[in-house]
Write a protein that binds this ligand. Structure first.
Ligand SMILES: Cc1cc2nc3c(=O)[nH]c(=O)nc-3n(C[C@H](O)[C@H](O)[C@H](O)COP(=O)(O)O)c2cc1C
Length: 368
């Protein structure tokens, strides 16, 4: 029997299986609003059998968007189009999750497929981003404006307001995005945070904002529903944020009521040399799980059902996050069930005449 396809419970929420659609920006919104693209994109992955379907990084403020086309939840108008999507995901037996984010100094960039690196300047319709310190991500990015303490408090409140809207929109899991070199990670890393106030310098000071956001979101997120935090375990450069700090941060987050740490890596340093390969980040999830004693998700070049099953069986992580593999094959969870011999996954009734490649065509298949 496969663990991958087994139900998994966190607080009072049970997922159909341990496969999550990793958050993936679609750069397809106008004014932060979800639309038909998001419905079909996320809905397809729910039809495909993933137990947990996350939205892309959803901006808590307009200037916290990576691109002007990001999804957002900074106003009430943005709730209703998301409700339509969570309703559909839920009807497929999946759980809808939302990743809440602020891009900080990496805000106001071009959609990636345009092939233009760096910031969209204000003259071209972009804006000046904010960050912990006035240090640009790289020479192609606009130097951010250093946040005042009062503005930091506003950002904490923006996460809280977005979490409340997410609940109304029908999401059952919130993930705070503190990875990939975006705002919260920028505060964690000494490479991007050179403040001298209570938010910079020591480890205690650099983790302060992530803890404040998490605590404030937990306070408005229902007791019976889980809260995740995505972290980058390492900046992959000397003097950057590192795995030991990640483990200690995870301990603190656990004490604030975080249920799962979704462990990724990188995103702060342009010069980082990342030794990628199958499951290259999983060892960090394993460390956090063992040393901080809470559930972890792992992500990164996981493509094979047997690989995912091995990660779970060897107790390295509790949930498998898949990103690009689910773009290539939205039905990966249903195929994985076949591969692992479980035959537990239920194909949508509408597709049941096509569940196995070797299934012979039957006269009744031709009657319509
Ligand atoms: C198109 C695309 C968009 C992404 N957007 C996000 C995002 O919004 N939030 C996030 O945390 N990670 C984002 N990621 C990273 C993925 O969630 C994942 O961590 C990464 O792709 C590694 O997993 P994979 O090897 O299964 O693709 C994105 C990745 C891709 C390919």
């Amino acid at each position: 029997m496969s663990l991958l396809l087994e139900p998994y419970t966190l607080r009072q929420l049970t997922l159909l299986n341990r496969i999550a659609v990793s958050p993936m920006c679609q750069y397809s919104s106008v004014d932060g609003l979800a639309n038909d693209w998001h419905l079909v994109h996320l809905g397809s992955r729910a039809i495909g059998g993933a137990g947990l379907v996350f939205t892309e990084a959803t901006a808590v403020t307009a200037d916290g968007r990576i691109t002007a086309q990001d999804l957002g939840l900074w106003n009430d108008e943005q709730i209703e189009p998301l409700q339509r999507i969570t309703r559909f995901i839920t009807a497929q037996g999946a759980v809808a999750g939302i990743q809440l984010a602020h891009a900080g100094r990496k805000a106001s960039t071009w959609r990636p497929w345009l092939g233009t690196h760096g910031s969209v300047k204000p003259a071209d319709g972009g804006w000046v981003p904010v960050g912990p310190s006035s240090i640009a991500y790289d020479p192609e990015h606009t130097k951010p404006k250093q946040l005042e303490e009062s503005e930091i408090a506003d950002i904490v409140q923006a996460f809280v307001d977005a979490a409340k809207r997410a609940l109304i929109a029908g999401f059952k899991v919130v993930e705070v995005h503190a990875a990939h070199g975006y705002l919260l990670h920028q505060f964690l890393s000494p490479l991007s945070n050179q403040r001298r106030d209570q938010y910079g310098g020591s480890f205690e000071n650099r983790i302060r904002l992530v803890l404040q956001v998490t605590e404030a979101v937990r306070a408005v997120w229902p007791e019976e529903l889980p809260l995740f935090v995505r972290v980058s375990a390492t900046d992959w450069v000397e003097d950057g944020w590192n795995p030991d700090e990640t483990v200690e941060l995870a301990r603190r987050l656990k004490s604030l009521g975080v249920d799962l740490i979704d462990v990724s890596s990188g995103g702060t340093a342009v010069n980082a040399e990342i030794p990628t390969g199958p499951g290259y980040q999983t060892r960090f999830a394993e460390r956090v799980r063992k040393e901080a004693g809470l559930a972890t998700g792992t992500v990164g070049m996981i493509t094979e059902p047997a690989q995912a099953e091995h990660i779970l069986r060897t107790c390295q992580a509790d949930i498998i996050f898949l990103a690009r593999e689910l773009l290539r094959d939205p039905y990966w969870p249903l195929h994985a069930d076949d591969d692992l011999g479980g035959h537990k996954a239920v194909w949508p009734a509408q597709y049941q005449r096509a569940t196995h490649r070797e299934q012979p065509i039957h006269e009744s298949d031709l009657r319509d």
